[in-house]
Design a protein around this ligand. Sequence first.
Ligand SMILES: Nc1ncnc2c1ncn2[C@@H]1O[C@H](COP(=O)(O)OP(=O)(O)OP(=O)(O)O)[C@@H](O)[C@H]1O
Ligand SMILES: [Mg+2]
Length: 466
Amino acid sequence: MAKTRILVVDDEQNARAGLRTLLEEEGYEVAEAADGEEALSSLRSFAPDAVLTDVRMPRMGGLELLRRAKEEGSDAAFVVMTAFGKVDAAVEAMKAGAESYLLKPLDIGTVEAVLEKALEKRRLEREAAQLRERVRDRYRFPAIIGDSPELQAVFDVVRKAAPTRATMLLLGESGTGKELVAQALHEESPRRDRPFVKVNCAALSETLLESELFGHEKGSFTGAIGRKEGRFEIADGGTLFLDEIGEISPPIQVKILRFLQQREFERVGGTQTLQVDVRIVAATNRDLAAEVRAGRFREDLFYRLNVVAVTLPPLRSRKGDIPALVAHFIEKYSATYGKDVSGIAPGTLNALLAHDWPGNVRELENVIERAVVLCQGTQIGADDLPATLRGPRPGPRPAGGLIPGATLAQIEREAILRTLEVVGGSTARAAEILDISVRKIQYKLKEYEAQDAGEPSPPEGEESEG
Ligand SMILES: Nc1ncnc2c1ncn2[C@@H]1O[C@H](COP(=O)(O)OP(=O)(O)OP(=O)(O)O)[C@@H](O)[C@H]1O
Ligand SMILES: [Mg+2]
């Protein structure tokens, strides 16, 4: 391991030499500077972990050095040495960001202790900063809730594709979050300050869709009163989200294909060829490959759209995301409706985890919105859920007196689900409280999901965390 580096700054040569001997004996690597100016250049070249600096020096003093170093973004720990009786300089140094101070004449034992403490503090701060960065990195999609591996895999692709102009195809059942991902991709891309334009291809007739996309010239068709810019033009520099791309007719498929190949088009009824810089993101809940096989969707267009494809997993295959989504929607709709709902009553989450969610996140969002509206206290209860969800719950849920009469597996299930409820769905916090890994919780939720679906549970003792 590299030695810890200390920069000693003092205008008295003897003082520097004394400290150097002491610190080198302690195993540090030491560099010297005779004043603030010298120290600044050494900060850049030597990159010390800590700086021990005198206050009063010619050219540039210790306080000025400290300020300049912070301005330059140095994260070295500063310890200021000041003469006994000049404590106000020490106070000022601490205010300016010094870790600690030493009074001259120096006491060897104190130097070592103070320095070690300053270095330790700096190490912890660095670690915290790194951790913050990693967390930020992981949850860089603030609007998209869920930390299941299935969703993280989607984030990975989005993150990699975002800086490019590559066309993206989003597949997945209705309500799985395709539009949300399209927006996140735009927000993560260098195009974020340019428009994000959405066209729902299923909502318009063929003629209207064509003019909506490509614009039209005056009088080009009945009802085309003036000239109109199309969505491709409006999205110039940004992202064009073609929702329900599976619904477009063959003539429009040809026009979109041409755009993807040559990046150009004409307005309806126009002769001028227009060029725009637009990134295309297309989405469909149809099986587009099957549409191609059935001859309803052009194969060449499919391949042009399918440069980067992402399939949003259905909610039933990532039920581990349900607790966090529930907490998120409770917060959202409590605010919307000015209510004071803050959580979900014990046991109620179980009903949500047992449901199959054919409408995916959209269905869950609707259920929670309704529950927040109906809820009369601060916690959503079973009565606030639609009757179809309330149903008879599998397994006994006696409150409190669970232990006699329940299997260990039932008690474990109870513990995991109740803890998740209490922490508002955070698998990380639940894992911490229960002293098990997040993966284990995810695994268990999957298992409960399978049990509730009536599949046989894995034999006792053969579970794995992998
Ligand atoms: N992971 C998520 N976190 C938070 N909200 C989500 C998440 N996934 C979906 N939603 C919400 O669920 C609703 C449906 O999502 P979205 O419109 O993106 O689905 P979709 O896949 O485009 O569905 P469709 O195919 O029906 O158009 C939206 O209100 C969206 O904000
Ligand atoms: Mg959609």
